[in-house]
Write a protein that binds this ligand. Sequence first.
Ligand code: NAP
Length: 481
Amino acid sequence: MNWADFKRDANLIGGEWVGADGGGTIDVTNPATGEVIGTVPNAGTDETRRAIAAAEKAFETFSRTTADERAKLLRRLHAAIMDNQRALAELLTIEQGKPLAESMGEVGASAAYVLWFSEEARRVYGDVIPSPWGERRILVTKQAVGVVAAITPWNFPSSMAARKIGPALATGCTSVMKPATQTPYSGLAWGVLCEQAGYPKGVVNILTGSASAIGGEMTSNPTVRKITFTGSTPIGKMLIKQAADTVKRVSMELGGNAPFLVFDDADLDKAVEGAIASKYRNSGQTCVCANRFYAQAGIYDAFVEKLAAASAKLKVGPGLEEGVVQGPLIDDKAVAKTASFVADALAKGGRLVTGGKRHDLGGQFFEPTVIADATSEMNFAREEIFGPVAPVFRFETEEEAVRLANDTEFGLACYFYTRDLARAFRVSENLRYGQVGINAGVITTEVAPFGGVKESGIGREGSKYGIEEYLDVKYVCVGGL
Ligand code: NAP
């Protein structure tokens, strides 16, 4: 199949591809060209209610399938993704903007999550607990939580769906998913893939449209037993509050403000390599992107110089163009926000070392930017940049670096470079983050737990921990033996 075969202009509800009730649609644009590439349904409360009802009906039978059956279906889904990796990657780049190589990587990661969960499906073990009563036995089993509602962001429209749909399908949950409005096609493509893999109608339902109406129904409908969300912290907080009335389980993958520390004893070239990978993936639009670089005084100048030289070499352009490693930002608002971080820093004494403005290509392209002499008064010290700007702060001592790194309400990912083993353990233990990269700038993999502490979220995705989020523990006491 080619990418256009996956570009569905309809929603999937109970196995049927349908439009919104009133026929309303939303335009989807290519951020590299500004061109409208299609429209998707503008669905709301009623469509969401029907999708939840379809998921509830499908749950009756799907939750009773064996782990082996679910593992086999997931392996078919994995094959469907990998057979169409290129087409899915092109669709992703066309609606999201990231370079094709990154889209290929993301789709590959989606398949890897699905394969991982196909394996985990068969390892959902319970317990037999030694009983305090001679004539009773204590069993613990795990069961699918029920209908899951999933909301995904635009920056990883394929792999964020994989992290949610994968474990749901592994445990026997059914789901209703809402992809981000700016990148709906990579989400809707999961409907096509699930059909190809042979999933029964209603097991996966996908809706596009009004976020508040769909999210409102998802969070208030008592049939939905779990909300899994990836996106910004303010929306996550709101969804937690909305879900409280019906006491749903929640998994929240929210914002980050990742520090990246470079100590005097670091391998500087490796640190720069890691910094480039961490900062500029998806043009800086990832929740685990290095947001604040802290370099120790002894290597500060050298680090800034090498980082700027490497940043200036990054080829900017449309994601489908050969050799491009920096695509456009998602929209004009993102460009304006990125520019405002630069203006704020320069007004407060920051030193522009490279980049700093919209790219000559125009549109939504922005130059990879390095700002030296960053201080804690600058806005990017506290806020997520979500753009290709690398501010470099200076520090003197390890204690100061750790204090600055932890001085945020976020706690998703952090990174540091050192060759001192004792420091590696000490700093890692003192950083209040869910994920720590030591001498590594990109650490996400399906086998490791992804997630944050503090206001970066609740719960973990991927790994053996991720599946637990989709399971209820049931205690069974067998008496009268
Ligand atoms: P966002 O504005 O929070 O949107 C995320 C999703 O929430 C979209 O599908 C959006 O729908 C939906 N949404 C918006 N308002 C809603 C409402 N009232 N009720 C229900 N759903 C609603 O975030 P974003 O700008 O797309 O994504 C960037 C943020 O996500 C960053 O903060 C980033 O750090 C975070 N992120 C976190 C992780 C992680 O794993 N921790 C991963 C990736 C991104 P519409 O598109 O229709 O508005």
